[in-house]
Design a binder for this molecule. Structure first.
Ligand code: PRP
Ligand code: MG
Length: 178
């Protein structure tokens, strides 16, 4: 295992009972406070994806906007924000997804991604996998090929990986006690 991973994991703060009772919140803001650990995080993704002919990095609002852009710049890809509803001013396509309670939605600008482009989806964390599924659906609906999904943290007990229909998922850190 890469020696940088341990340092990254120790910088992620676990906050019990946030935002509600029973949730162990994985707080990446403490990782961002450590320039070495933040750089190691980006470098690990860049080392994996550079030279893979990826032309678009799609980042998921909000926390995917922190990790996606530096990866995109370093591998020479464009960055496309996948936003919560009614934030994007142009024509959009929308994809609803189911949350533990209720629904949410992601939107992408029409024309931001061309058919046949090779895309990487970036977010901070996979829990149930619903958010990543919606992101992949948006990209595939416009004819892009999702090469992989990349997250800093996986909560394996929630089995989100199984919801991704076999699409590869790369994570740096697993957190076992949810
Ligand atoms: C969190 C997290 C992921 C998503 C994972 O985002 O940042 O995007 O949940 O959950 P899932 O795998 O069960 O879909 P959240 O929607 O809380 O919003 P934020 O990123 O804007 O803080
Ligand atoms: Mg999020």
């Amino acid at each position: 295992q890469d020696p940088r991973l341990h340092g990254i994991k120790t910088k992620i703060r676990v906050v019990p009972n946030f935002p509600k009772s029973g949730i162990m919140f994985q707080d990446i803001t403490t990782l961002l406070l450590d320039p070495k650990a933040f750089k190691d995080t980006i470098d690990l993704f860049v080392e994996r994806y550079k030279g893979k002919n990826i032309s678009v990095v799609a980042g998921i609002e909000a926390r995917g906007f922190i990790f996606g852009p530096p990866i995109a710049l370093a591998i020479g890809a464009k960055f496309v924000p996948l936003r919560k509803p009614r934030k994007l001013p142009g024509k959009v396509i929308s994809q609803e997804y189911i949350l533990e309670y209720g629904r949410d939605c992601l939107e992408m600008h029409v024309g931001a991604v061309e058919p046949g482009e090779r895309a990487l989806v970036v977010d901070d964390l996979i829990a149930t996998g619903g958010t990543l599924c919606a992101a992949m659906d948006l990209l595939e609906r416009v004819g892009a090929e999702v090469v992989e999904c990349a997250c800093v943290i996986e909560l394996p007990e929630l089995k989100g990986r199984e919801r991704l229909n076999g699409k590869p998922l790369y994570v740096l850190v697993e957190y076992a006690e949810i």
